[in-house]
Write a protein that binds this ligand. Structure first.
Ligand code: ASP
Length: 413
């Protein structure tokens, strides 16, 4: 028999969890006492990897900027496009979350009282605090902005000493690989985790609790679609004179693959092939832009994090101030650099975004049930952004092979 796909298993876990939740509704204590602990265990596993993962993958990400420097102009253009579009993506996410009132009208009484949201420090303090006076304390406390800046500084230091830094770079590289492996294993347990997380939520609150999640899915999908239409179509058209139809037609097979696998890394080979053959980007460019993008550029994930942070704040009945939303834009943009292109990584990074503005990390429990559905969409957007960037860089370098578009147009006739 063919092995069942993880996605299918997760959906089955979700469906069974909802059914059991409805059955246990008259007796939610059973769900809370016997099922919830399994969910808590799953969440603890996720929390366990956050700090080591962010730290190691960001050090590695920064070290890969060494190539950016070598590649000079192309590297600069690529990074500028990646960072700008990601910051724009979180902003789209937050604006959409505000406009649609994504988590409004429903407060989940998860634990009788809403956790206190940390008072927002003033802007100067926030900026000064980004550099940790005591980096180990930052790691222990899980102070994400500080962890990020520490990782960037270490990464920059490694690049700075050249050859002598290679060992440490290799160490963090291997450390990050270990973290990816652990995430992959944790994801194997996702069907059970999802089951155990959704059951008590439904048992406690009734199936109507799923409605806000449905709304969340619609808003995240809309945000991703908007980003594709606005950002990618317009930039590809404006900078590379490639029409949106030409672009999306060329990249569609890779997008579908990303949607089903929920992994940018797994999609990399097919994204390379499509970007080269269907969109005319030479290998010399896409062999740099795409692997870099698959590790540091995650627009879909950034949209998702913006919307989910807002959603979680709302269902806990907490207000997100403007400065907290600005912090989210900053952390989510940086988080996307540190997000691995593997299924579920964005949800783990969401934990850090929540932490950065003092939101309860337990909010992930509510989203975890439907995370796979969100993961598929955000991954599709993630890889599309990498390809759009490649097309633009190739075109502005005068190296885009436009004859591929004529060929596909002829073939279509
Ligand atoms: N699965 C996503 C990717 O591979 C990362 C994420 O979980 O957001 O691009």
């Amino acid at each position: 028999m063919k092995k069942m796909q993880l996605t299918t298993k997760i959906f089955i876990g979700l469906a069974l969890g909802i059914v059991l939740g409805i059955i246990l509704q008259p007796n939610p204590d059973i769900a809370n006492n016997y099922v919830k602990p399994i969910g808590t265990l799953f969440l603890n596993l996720i929390k366990l990897v956050i700090v080591p993962l962010v730290f190691s993958s960001l050090v590695v990400g920064t070290c890969s900027m060494d190539d950016v420097r070598k590649l000079g102009r192309i590297g600069g253009k690529t990074m500028a496009y990646y960072l700008f579009t990601t910051a724009f993506a979180v902003t789209i996410g937050l604006v959409l979350a505000n406009v649609t009132n994504v988590g409004g009208g429903y407060t989940i009484p998860i634990d009788a009282k809403a956790p206190e949201i940390a008072a927002a420090p003033n802007v100067i303090d926030t900026l000064l605090n980004i550099i940790p006076a005591n980096p180990l304390k930052a790691l222990v406390d899980g102070n994400m902005l500080q962890v990020i800046s520490f990782a960037l500084i270490i990464g920059a230091g490694i690049i700075g000493i050249g050859e002598k830094g290679k060992n440490l770079q290799a160490f963090f590289d291997s450390f990050a690989e270990v973290m990816y492996k652990i995430i992959a294993v944790i994801m194997e347990f996702a069907p059970i985790g999802v089951f155990a997380l959704i059951t008590p939520v439904v048992a406690q609150n009734g199936p109507s609790v799923l409605l806000p999640l449905l709304k969340l899915i619609i808003v995240v999908y809309a945000g991703c679609a908007l980003h594709a239409i606005l950002t990618y179509s317009l930039t590809v058209w404006g900078f590379a004179k490639v029409t949106p139809i030409q672009f999306f037609k060329g990249i569609a097979p890779a997008m579908i693959f990303a949607y089903t696998t929920a992994s940018s890394s797994a999609t990399l080979p097919i994204n390379m092939k499509r970007t080269e053959e269907n969109l005319g980007v030479p290998k010399s460019i896409c062999s740099f832009t795409l692997p870099l993008g698959a590790t540091v550029n995650m627009d879909g994930t950034a949209i998702y994090q913006g919307i989910c942070a807002f959603f979680i704040a709302q269902i806990y009945g907490l207000e997100l101030s403007l400065s907290a939303q600005l912090t989210i834009i900053l952390t989510a943009t940086l988080a996307s650099i540190g997000t691995a292109g593997v299924p579920g990584a964005g949800m783990i990074m969401l934990g850090m975004v929540l932490q950065s503005v003092g939101l309860p990390i337990e909010g992930i429990a509510i989203i975890a049930g439907v995370d796979r559905i969100l993961d598929m969409m955000r991954t599709m957007i993630n890889i599309t952004g990498d390809s759009a960037c490649s097309v633009i860089v190739a075109a502005t370098e005068g190296e885009l092979n436009r004859s591929v578009f004529e060929k596909t147009a002829k073939a279509a006739k």
